[in-house]
Design a protein. Sequence first.
Length: 193
Amino acid sequence: MIIVIEGGDQAGKKTQSLLLQKKLQKNRIKTKLFSFPDYTTPIGKEIKKYLSGHRKFPPQVIHCLLAANRWEKVNEIKKAQEKNSVLIMNRYYQSNLVYGVVNGMNPSWLEKLDEGLPKADLVVVLDVSQSISFSRKKSNRDQFEKNKLFSQKISKAYRSIAKKKNWKIVNASQSRQEVHLEIMKLFSKKLRI
């Protein structure tokens, strides 16, 4: 099973991914966590340079790089699927779709970039207000995080696409424990289906 934790910047994706991993492991469920972008790979290093403002790319190129970053890890993901009951993705191909749409890219073109990757079974979108997002991280925000208007568009796109794709939305303005409990409920429901 692949669970994806998605959402805009500073929504708590990393925190919730780690809490979920800890809880599942405590319950003796074999689990592996992946985070994207993965900045340790050659392509990931290029993405990091772009996000920190040290590289400039047209939108098409950065979205191709973001997809290529997942393809760099596809064998590792498939091996992890064989060894673990649950894979947790702190961002996956869904974020490329949302950010790409906001950047004016064609949704079907974006989806084709990730066609063939192992599919998500459950996508949880952490929905947080811009004021909370910006209060959580005031400085050192990357290219995508700096602009409040862009950030608002991202949140709106996540909500809109989530409805179309049947992704689950969780109010991430709550305490981290409340958010975690909501994610655990969604996970439990998914297991019973």
